[in-house]
Design a protein around this ligand. Structure first.
Ligand SMILES: CCC1=C(C)/C(=C/C2=NC(=C\c3[nH]c(/C=C4\NC(=O)[C@H](C)[C@H]4CC)c(C)c3CCC(=O)O)/C(CCC(=O)O)=C2C)NC1=O
Length: 162
């Protein structure tokens, strides 16, 4: 089950039958104190998602072998599938950033993804490059602090794919 920072902290205290200790309380405080920042970033990202993905693709994949005949993004169908995948990554990373917890990524994005990519010949290295470009473009819109919060979850997807 996908969880958030609060349930994760409470569950780990509960398995020990204890109240939250000071490190758990610090984590909870950090989560609350960045709440507004994360909500504001999510608002900006949702209003600009298509542009973020488009710019990231222009920065990382366009005019490379990948978009030419024989490349995995060649043909409109595969190009569109790639853009759609990047849209998923941005949207789910935004959910995870709001939750302050990556479990939704394991559950709904990464589960079986590497196997799917391998069987379809989708290049993981180029996908990771595009995800890193999304990180840069999004950070330039939401600012460095929120960009870092979002970056944690985009990196999580990158490592899950690699
Ligand atoms: C929300 C969770 C979720 C994810 C993550 C997801 C990914 C996903 N991407 C797929 C395909 C694909 N993914 C890509 C992506 C790319 N090719 C490249 O060269 C680029 C580097 C890269 C984009 C960055 C392409 C081209 C296909 C189609 C491959 C094919 O059918 O030949 C497929 C196979 C089925 C299909 O074509 O729709 C899945 C399941 N589906 C989901 O439901």
């Amino acid at each position: 089950m996908a969880q958030d920072a609060i349930t994760a902290i409470i569950n780990s205290a509960d398995v020990q039958g204890k109240y939250l200790d000071s490190s758990a309380l610090d984590k909870l405080k950090a989560y609350f104190s960045t709440g507004e920042l994360r909500v504001r970033a999510a608002t900006t990202i949702s209003a600009n998602a298509a542009t973020i993905v488009k710019e990231a693709v222009a920065k990382s994949l366009l005019y490379s072998d990948i978009t030419r005949p024989g490349g995995n993004m060649y043909t409109t169908r595969r190009y569109a599938a790639c853009i759609r995948d990047l849209d998923y990554y941005l949207r789910y990373a935004t959910y995870a950033m709001l939750a302050g917890d990556p479990s939704i990524l394991d559950e709904r994005v990464l589960n079986g993804l590497k196997e799917t990519y391998n069987s379809l010949g989708v290049p993981v290295g180029s996908t990771v490059q595009a995800i890193q470009a999304i990180k840069e473009v999004a950070a330039s819109l939401v600012g460095p602090d929120a960009g870092k919060e979002l970056g944690v979850y985009l990196d999580y997807i990158s490592s899950g794919l690699s």
